[in-house]
Design a protein around this ligand. Structure first.
Ligand code: PEP
Ligand code: MN
Length: 263
């Protein structure tokens, strides 16, 4: 079902008026984790200043260590929804547990399935049964074929509103947090009819590479870019090394606008 052979036309996903998959370039920006109303509000205002509508933020955080901040859970989703309603933005947030999905739908516009859950088949099936878009991230060591099969699980349940997101894979290279597999973008665009985005924050893990990676993603045909923004990354409860602060976010967007047809 994901195959372009079965469906030659691009799937277009409408999120709060943004049509993803039409060739326009979209930006999903926001903090790694929701920490407070004030934190999300500051980021939301910066998004509005740049004319963006798609806000991300993690409420359920899949952390490598069980002792690290695990997110605010449902309270975090409520904060995102409140700010999004005040600022007229859309909310994209990761859900880890299929049991949280139904309640989460009251607060999110797009359900994110993270890299660590790309082959959580029960979660994929549950996401297939909903009628809201799903942003599916590539697994840390998933092949492109495995990534497409994960999307197939969602589609097989009747939900074709899927955005694929390349977020870097594990390789022997240590200069970046993960290795951004940039050629996955045109391959996925050829093989499937689904929109493809690139997460430049988790793939590179380096602030100095966010802009070049985003330019490369858009140049190679990505439908959008995801990156993390935090009002004060130094005190962020997760991913403090690679989140942009607000002035850096404005510099990033202003530079990108010279190269991209930003929606
Ligand atoms: C995230 O986007 O918040 C995240 C945890 O990313 P990934 O699943 O790609 O590691
Ligand atoms: Mn993060």
């Amino acid at each position: 079902l994901v195959s372009r052979k079965k469906k030659p036309d691009d799937t277009i996903i409408n999120i709060k008026g943004e049509q993803i998959g039409t060739g326009e370039q979209h930006f999903v920006m926001g903090p790694c984790a929701v920490e407070s109303y004030e934190q999300v509000k500051q980021v939301a205002k910066a998004l509005k200043d740049q004319g963006l509508t798609l806000m991300r933020g993690g409420a359920f955080k899949p952390r490598t260590s069980p002792y690290d901040f695990q997110g605010l859970g449902m309270e975090g989703l409520k904060i995102l929804r409140r700010v999004a309603d005040e600022e007229n933005l859309a909310v994209i947030s990761e859900i880890l547990n299929p049991n949280d999905l139904e309640e989460a739908l009251d607060y999110v516009d797009v359900v994110q399935i993270g890299a660590r859950n790309m082959q959580n088949f029960e979660l994929l099936k549950a996401a297939g049964a909903i009628r809201k878009p799903v942003l599916l991230k590539r697994g840390l060591s998933a092949t492109i074929e495995e990534f497409m099969y994960a999307a197939e699980y969602i589609l097989a349940q009747g939900n074709d509103q899927i955005i694929l997101c390349e977020r870097g894979i594990r390789t022997y290279e240590k200069a970046t947090r993960n290795t951004l597999d940039i050629s996955a973008v045109p391959i996925l665009k050829q093989e499937t009819h689904l929109p493809v985005m690139v997460d430049v924050t988790h793939s590179t893990g380096r602030k100095d590479l966010l802009l070049p990676a985003a330019k490369a993603a858009l140049a190679i045909g990505a439908d959008g870019v995801m990156a993390e923004v935090h009002p004060d990354p130094a005190v962020a409860l997760s991913d403090s090394a690679q989140q942009m602060n607000i002035p850096q976010f404005h510099d990033f967007m202003n530079e990108i606008k010279k190269h991209a047809a930003v929606f």
